[in-house]
Design a protein around this ligand. Structure first.
Ligand code: AMP
Length: 282
């Protein structure tokens, strides 16, 4: 496995892979890798000749009072995990490599970014779409892999790729969870034992919501039930819990066959998000 820090080195590597006719699967990450990330690498391996992983804690997607400084950066462990998972190239750039001083250009998706994560974290998606565009231009992959865990993020990226005619396929992979249901996240490392236990209310709200939805409760009442479950959990503050349309992410007013439940809360100083796709066509 090769590890490179410069854009030029990635371009050279990708160029020689492509002239050999190799397809490239790309997995962008912020590191502190866990089984969720590794499952994306697995998916990429299955459908491509070569897998490129990027590890970059992207400052432009963090708000001024967010956890940019304390975000974990276990470099040697991450590289080891990439190697074991079968990545052939890891791009590990510095902030200066990605944002040389004087950068003035951003990529922004409107509409889809106005609600939920976008409303709570102003500027977050602008940072995500900008860095992902830059990474796509650098890596020139055939396919890029994202987790359902960040449902709104993958929806925003798919929209950007369609709107800007980017020549890449976006693949969304299922959320990987701990045995008790907590969605794996690099931020789970911030949680104390009690906080981790309290954070399970997201998964339990999704389960309760699904049952209510399958029992024909109207979507808006399902949202209320999930909100009550999360808000009722000691030590947790509710951010949102809603049933939305899978593409528009707008709240559902008429009964639908496929919906997505999006939930988010704060446990102590840590934000947790989760979601589930519910379908009546199965
Ligand atoms: P991050 O390092 O948090 O930026 O995440 C990098 C990619 O891994 C994103 O596409 C995430 O949606 C995905 N991801 C994070 N956690 C999980 C998980 N538990 N299951 C599946 N994918 C995940």
């Amino acid at each position: 496995m090769d590890v490179v820090e410069s854009i030029g080195q990635v371009r050279n590597w990708v160029h020689s892979a492509r002239v050999q006719g190799h397809s490239i699967g790309f997995v962008p990450t912020m590191g502190a890798l866990h089984e969720g990330h590794l499952s994306l690498i697995e998916h990429a391996r299955r459908n491509n000749d070569a897998v490129v992983v990027s590890i970059f804690v992207n400052p432009t997607q963090f708000g001024p009072h967010e956890d940019l400084e304390r975000y974990p950066r276990p470099k040697s462990r991450d590289l080891q995990l990439c190697k074991q998972a079968g990545a052939q190239l890891v791009f590990y750039p510095s902030v200066d490599e990605m944002y040389p001083s004087g950068s003035q250009t951003f990529v922004e998706v409107q509409g889809l970014t106005a609600s939920w994560e976008g409303a709570i974290r102003p500027g977050h998606f602008r940072g995500v779409t900008t860095v992902v565009t830059k990474l796509f231009q650098i890596v020139l992959a055939n396919r890029a892999y994202f987790g359902q865990k960040d449902y709104q993020q993958q929806a925003v990226i798919k929209k950007m790729v369609r709107d800007l005619d980017m020549p890449i396929e976006i693949v969304t992979c299922p959320t990987i969870r701990d045995a008790d249901g907590l969605a794996k996240s690099s931020r789970n490392a911030y949680l104390s034992t009690e906080e981790r236990q309290a954070g399970l209310c997201l998964f339990s709200a999704l389960q309760l919501g699904e049952q209510a939805w399958r029992n024909q409760l109207p979507e808006q009442q399902v949202s209320l039930q999930m909100q009550e479950r999360i808000a009722g959990q000691p030590g947790v503050s509710l951010e949102y819990a809603v049933v939305v349309h899978p593409d528009t992410l707008q709240e559902i007013l008429e009964p639908q066959k496929i919906v997505v439940a999006l939930v988010a809360c704060r446990v102590g100083t840590t934000r947790l998000i989760d979601n589930a796709i519910w379908s009546k066509t199965e």
